[in-house]
Design a protein around this ligand. Structure first.
Ligand code: B3K
Ligand code: ZN
Length: 875
């Protein structure tokens, strides 16, 4: 058991920095195990108080500390595990320090570390303090000049901004000097050094400036950066058109690295990417990879304005840059790939991750008010719900006022570190609206439930809608306020035609209702026939919708709601209810047949986009179903979902086979939305067919795998073979490994696929894979491919009644925590929801959390999550 309990950091304790740094000069003498870092900081007191100078610094070997050229004696400064403190300093001075660090030994991948023989950095949120002493907080903005010196074998020496000078030095060394003219907090600092290939391009910005674009990758991989480059150029143009934002430096660089704790990082002018989110060609990347590359390249690029030019005052404001930037990348993807399909995917992700977070012990507001480790707050709530809040803001004030508010925000806060309040104030100002109540979306945790009930008066031709909202308590927030919710509503008649109506005397096809109290009534008049209500169109607020709609209403919506989100949602609702009924021991076979028929009709709709149909075919996941079953019984849900899949496969078998044949790729592979949509539908058809593992289906799956000319189809075929099982699967699995063993990103897929295998006995295989020579827990991609895929995407096996899945995860978390706490902490979440499961399972999960928390030498990161998950139950 840990002895001291870590103390939380609170928003209410925020104080402006005691010192500001105008200029920073860093000098790196790079050596894998002994890197020297000299820092020269122009320091200026901020305010009146004679406070000591306190700088963050961890794992630094001190060499010297000097003020205005005078080296300080040991009695003049103190250095402990976290800080350098100099009690007595003038109001303005130059601090010069020198430290030694060991990048080669840094397996936490935080600060300066080595990946594949190259130096690279990751500083957000608090990695810079592992490089040199500095006020490691986002509200200290400085201009950086960085000199890098290394052995000549480190061919490229990169940092933020513009290259000022470079050349060779005696002794087989070389150097480069970079200057970034934009003041920035140290979390945006980056350095990369090593042998890399580069893909180059150029872009002319809206004002006619030419920007050099360079993507650096492992030697030989430059062709695989072509799609990322294309996505980057489209992102840059899109930000000019959609937000009037132009790129500011003459050079924009991206570097791909193999060992990275998460997706990518928006360092000023020098983004660093996990190679899995950058490298793609048809043979090695799936359509999903392409889609993610496009959106993450855009996301990091968009940070240049929302994050870098304007940053956060403190880490409690994280959503200011993250939620907003996710909103921006989602809007970009919607423009690139189709609004409805994009919206459905975004909502699926929101429900799978953020709604689950809200139902667990880690539920927190979009702007939290305390934390132990900020690393733990890069959550779906900050990112995805943060984006939903911006989306609602736009819906409430209208697109035009939203754009004006953004313009004002950019103008007012450029070059500053600011707050969510300051951001919202811009929109209040331009729209003339009081957004005080809206702010509660940032402060209140939990997913609200919105109930919509209708009463139709045929004689008066009026429809009365009764809207109510409530939010269940979350940890630390026992009572909840009503929130202002934008709710888009339309009506259909029983034949699925749009039904016009009037609201406040205005003739409409659709209306936006803003529910800003616990309950309200809305009356629509001139409603000619009994309506089917299409509520919360486009998922206009991040809530759980409960309506009094009957299945027959849902069939009307599924067949013809002009709002494609709600058309898809109706299908999901029907499927969810059928599976939940089955899991509760009340299967309704007649209703299941009816659903299969309706799905068949929707699939036959020639006008519908294949990407949309692929989404219609995918049943709600077991994880999503488990949120709706109390207590959740994963085995029952798995069986129920399999049963419905089998019924669909039986009912729609011929149609699915036809689709599979008809969608065969004829021409060239294109990674665009249209090509990806056809492949998605074809693979979804095969996936469903595999629910009925007959010999002809096995043959079809094998043929699909063997004939695949791209990774999407190869994985689709392998997945179907896995669901069918048997010899053919084993052979294909071995074949796949042999073929791709020298491609790490493809081998990640090989591990992940086996981790998803729901069949009995699959756990033994997963366990065995941890001893596979290609398994390397020090590489976060490989670790997550096996362990996190198993724990989050294979509920049937993870929740084995024996508890073996849980203890396996706990073992992995503890092993990884020894060298990479940030990644270990991100693995805790599947155990966190233990209260939602049946008591037998819940106890087993809880026991593993208790074991984790009691572990000797546990990191603060994992400690925070394990103890919050245990709550007051296990103190
Ligand atoms: N800002 C980074 C995330 C950093 C995570 C630090 N633990 C990537 C992004 O959201 O764009
Ligand atoms: Zn981001």
């Amino acid at each position: 058991m840990r002895t001291e309990t870590p103390q939380p950091i609170r928003l209410s304790d925020y104080r402006p920095p005691a010192f500001l740094i105008d200029e920073v000069r860093l000098d790196f003498a790079l050596e894998p195990s002994r890197t020297r870092v000299k820092a020269q900081l122009s320091v200026r007191r901020n305010g009146e108080h004679a406070e000591p100078l306190v700088l963050n610094g961890e794992r630094l070997k001190p060499i010297s500390v000097a003020i205005d050229g005078r080296v300080l004696g040991e009695s003049e400064r103190t250095i402990d595990a976290e800080f350098l403190t100099v009690p007595d300093v003038p109001d303005a001075f130059v601090l010069a320090t020198e430290v030694e660090i060991d990048p080669a030994a840094n397996k936490a991948l935080d600060g300066l570390y080595m990946s594949g023989g190259r130096f690279c950095t990751q500083c957000e949120a608090e990695g810079f303090r592992k490089i040199t002493w500095y006020p490691d907080r986002p509200d200290v903005l400085s201009r950086f000049t960085v000199r890098i010196e290394a052995d000549r074998s480190f061919q490229h020496l990169l940092s933020n901004g513009n290259l000022i000078e470079a050349g060779d030095l005696p002794g087989g060394r070389r150097y480069a000097v970079w200057n970034d003219p934009f003041p920035k907090p140290c979390y945006l600092f980056a350095l990369v050094a090593g042998e890399l290939d580069v893909l180059e391009d150029k872009l002319v910005t809206m004002s006619g400036r030419t920007v050099d674009l360079r993507i650096f990758v492992d030697p030989g991989m430059a062709p695989r950066a072509a799609y990322a480059m294309d996505a980057l150029k489209r992102s840059m143009k899109w930000d000019e058109q959609a937000f009037g934002r132009e790129y500011d430096l003459d050079l924009f660089m991206i570097v791909a690295v193999r060992d990275f704790n998460f997706g990518a990082m928006e360092n000023k002018g020098l983004n660093i990417f996990n190679s899995s989110l950058l490298l793609a060609d048809p043979e090695t990347a799936t359509d999903l990879d392409y889609e993610r590359i496009e959106s993450v390249v855009a996301h990091e690029y968009f940070h240049n304005w929302t994050g870098d030019r304007i940053t956060c005052r403190d880490w409690f404001q994280l959503c200011l840059k993250e939620g907003l930037t996710v909103f921006r990348d989602q809007s970009f993807s919607a423009d690139m790939r189709g609004e409805a399909v994009q919206r459905i995917k975004d909502v699926k992700a929101l429900r799978a991750r953020q709604f689950a977070e809200d139902q667990g012990p880690l539920a927190h507001p979009v702007r939290p008010s305390s934390y132990l480790k900020i690393d733990n707050f890069y959550t779906a709530t900050i990112y995805e719900k943060g984006a939903e809040v911006i989306r609602m803001l736009k819906a409430l004030i209208g697109a035009e006022a939203f754009r004006k508010g953004m313009d004002l925000y950019f103008e007012r806060w450029d070059g500053h570190a600011t707050t969510v309040e300051a951001f919202i104030a811009c929109f209040a100002e331009v729209s003339g609206r009081d957004l005080t109540d809206f702010f509660a979306w940032y402060e209140q945790a939990g997913t609200p439930t919105l109930t919509v009930k209708r009463r139709y008066d045929a004689a008066a031709r009026t429809l009365e809608l009764e809207l109510t909202q409530s939010t269940a308590p979350t940890p630390g927030q026992p009572t909840k306020r009503p929130l202002p919710m934008p709710i888009r509503i339309g009506l259909l008649d029983a034949e699925g035609r749009t039904l016009a109506f009037e609201r406040d005397g205005q003739a409409l096809d659709e209306t936006l209702v803003v529910l800003d109290a616990a309950e309200a009534k809305v009356t629509l008049t001139g409603v000619e026939r009994e309506p089917v209500v299409s509520a919360l169109r486009g998922f206009s607020a991040p809530v759980t919708l409960v309506t009094d709609a009957k299945p027959k209403d849902r069939y009307v919506l599924l067949a013809g709601d002009p709002d494609l989100f709600n058309r898809w949602e109706a299908g999901q609702d029907l499927a969810r209810d059928l599976m939940l009924a089955r899991a509760a021991g009340r299967p309704d076979e007649v209703a299941e047949e009816r659903y299969a028929e309706a799905l068949g009709r929707a699939l036959a709709d020639q006008a519908a986009d294949p990407a949309f149909k692929a989404l219609l075919l995918a049943l709600p996941t077991e994880a999503e179903l488990s949120l709706a079953m109390k207590p959740a019984d994963p085995a029952a849900l798995h069986a129920a979902r399999d049963a419905l899949r089998l019924r669909l496969a039986l009912h729609l078998g011929e149609q699915l086979k036809h689709l599979h044949i008809g969608l065969q790729q004829l021409g060239e592979f294109t990674p665009d939305a249209a090509g990806a949509g056809r492949r998605a539908l074809r693979n979804a058809a095969l996936d469903l067919l595999a629910a009925n593992p007959r010999a002809d289906v096995a043959e079809l799956a094998e043929g699909h795998y063997r004939a695949a000319t791209n990774m999407t189809d190869a994985i689709g075929g392998l997945n179907a073979l896995m669901l069918v099982g048997g010899e053919a699967f084993e052979a294909a699995l071995a074949d796949f490994f042999e073929r791709w063993k020298s491609e790490p990103l493809v081998i990640d897929k090989w591990f992940a696929l086996q981790a998803r295998d729901p069949s009995e006995g699959a756990f033994g295989r997963v366990l065995g894979l941890t001893a596979h020579p290609a398994f390397d827990p020090k590489n976060p991609n490989r670790l997550r491919a096996l362990v996190s895929t198993f724990s989050s995407a294979n509920p049937a096996r993870f929740h084995d009644p024996s508890g073996a899945g849980y203890s396996f995860l706990a073992d992995q978390i503890l092993a990884v925590d020894g060298f990479n706490p940030m990644t270990a902490a991100r693995m805790v979440e599947p155990l966190g929801g233990w209260r939602r499961y049946t008591p037998e399972l819940g106890e087993l999960m809880k026991a593993q959390l208790a074991r984790i928390r009691a572990h000797e030498g546990l990191s603060k990161n994992v400690y925070e999550l394990a103890s919050k998950a245990l709550g007051s139950d296990e103190d």
